[in-house]
Design a protein around this ligand. Structure first.
Ligand code: FE2
Length: 403
């Protein structure tokens, strides 16, 4: 993914919201060295200065370009060297010696997921480059809609109320914020069968949804005004013509059947209100997703891929939840109504900065996972979070209604 990007573009700051690409790359290596080499074997660091330069908490993204970061070649050399030493340590460690960090290989799962999560972040950075058309984003055919062999999908699905278990205890790779498993009682609700499509979202845009303050929360309206939002990020329209979008440096007709992506929480929330619905809570989302598997999901990591969501209705049967909800994984991250917080009985592990320092009303939870998310970080209990103004991520949503 990185190799075709010109070296100067790997080193520069594409956007204030993002790190230079080669900061992300060396940060992946630093995290791996910290946990899989230094913590497990007591070895000394490659360079103690990296503890400052590559610590995400010490420097906000917009500052990282001014740090003495490794250049693309240096970053590659560093990560390759760390990987060699991490594998040598792996040969020596015992995964059942009673250390919670090693039990079941937790710390390896943490580092693997961390790397893949940064891969997705780097893809978001590449998408922000308006003058670079990534050659790989051309690859792979669009998945056909399955209309021929599947009955027309209902607009939404009824989930009868009851008591459900959410969160996990027994998935060794799950993060602290997914624990512990606990019971929740929900009233009956309806949830969209598929994520909101570009076609549906275009209706909201063309009906004046961005001009009607009544549809937005106060904070959402203030942000809409300040940021001048008129449509999802990367959408464009000449006069009264058809909408197009820029995808990895190419302008293309807006694909109407795909899930809308690059909307912020405020846009999702306003759309939901406009359509007489609301965003699901994260608990509703997780209950609705029960039974959905990844086999055949629209994942970038699974092979040739066009770097986009798949059309609504194209999900293979294994990926459909037991309630009949489609496209929960592999299209877009889905905004939920819920603020990020700890479950009852939450305990920070292995460090507070993974989740706990982000708990609070300033972050909204996203569920599912996008086409750019690696299967290692895709599970019904996985919780992602971001500020409600963010939309450079591969974010969309679906709506819910009280039944
Ligand atoms: Fe990180």
């Amino acid at each position: 993914m990185l190799d075709p990007v010109p070296f100067p573009d790997q080193l520069r700051q594409v956007s204030e919201l993002m790190s230079p690409l080669c900061w992300d790359l060396a940060h992946i290596g630093h995290y791996e060295e910290l946990w899989l080499v230094r913590t497990l074997s007591g070895a000394s660091p490659t360079n103690i200065a990296y503890d400052d330069i590559y610590d995400a908490f010490k420097h906000p993204r917009r500052e990282r370009v001014s740090l003495p970061i490794l250049d693309p070649a240096g970053a590659r050399e560093f990560v390759a060297d760390v990987r060699g030493r991490a594998l040598a340590v792996l040969d020596e460690v015992s995964l059942d010696a009673g250390d919670p960090l090693l039990a079941g290989g937790f710390v390896y799962g943490m580092v693997v997921q961390h790397e893949h999560q940064h891969d997705e972040t780097m893809l978001a950075t590449v998408q922000l480059m308006d003058d670079f058309a990534h050659p790989a984003a051309d690859g792979g055919p669009a998945t056909p809609r399955r209309e021929a062999d599947a009955p027309r999908l209902p607009a939404d699905v009824l989930i009868p109320g009851g008591t459900f278990t959410v969160g996990v205890d027994d998935d060794v790779w799950a993060y602290d914020n997914e624990r512990p498993a606990h019971d929740v009682t929900l009233a009956s609700f309806r949830i969209d069968t598929v994520p909101v499509t570009n076609r549906a979202y275009r209706e909201f845009v063309e009906a004046g949804g961005y001009e009607d303050g009544r549809l937005w929360t106060d904070a959402g309206w203030a942000w809409r005004e300040e940021a001048g939002l008129v449509a999802p990020q990367f959408w464009r329209r000449e006069g009264e013509g058809a909408w197009s979008r820029r995808r990895f440096g190419r302008e293309e007709d807006l694909p109407l059947d795909e899930a809308v992506q690059h909307v912020c929480w405020y846009e999702a929330d306003a759309y939901a209100r406009w359509s007489g619905a609301r965003l699901p809570t994260e608990t509703e989302w997780e209950v609705a997703a029960a039974g959905a598997a990844l086999d055949g999901a629209n994942l970038w990591h699974a092979g040739p891929h066009r770097w986009a969501p798949s059309p609504a209705g194209s999900a293979p049967p294994a990926t459909v939840s037991k309630w009949g909800v489609h496209q929960l994984f592999g299209d877009v991250w889905e905004w939920t109504a819920t603020d990020f917080g700890g479950y009852p009985g939450f305990g920070a592990f292995p460090y507070r900065e993974y989740s706990e320092v982000f708990f609070g009303p300033e972050y909204k939870v996203l569920r599912g996972g996008s086409w750019a998310t690696h299967p290692a970080a895709l599970r019904t209990s996985f919780r992602n979070w971001d500020f409600p103004i963010r939309r450079q991520i591969f974010s969309g949503f679906r709506c819910a209604r009280d039944a």
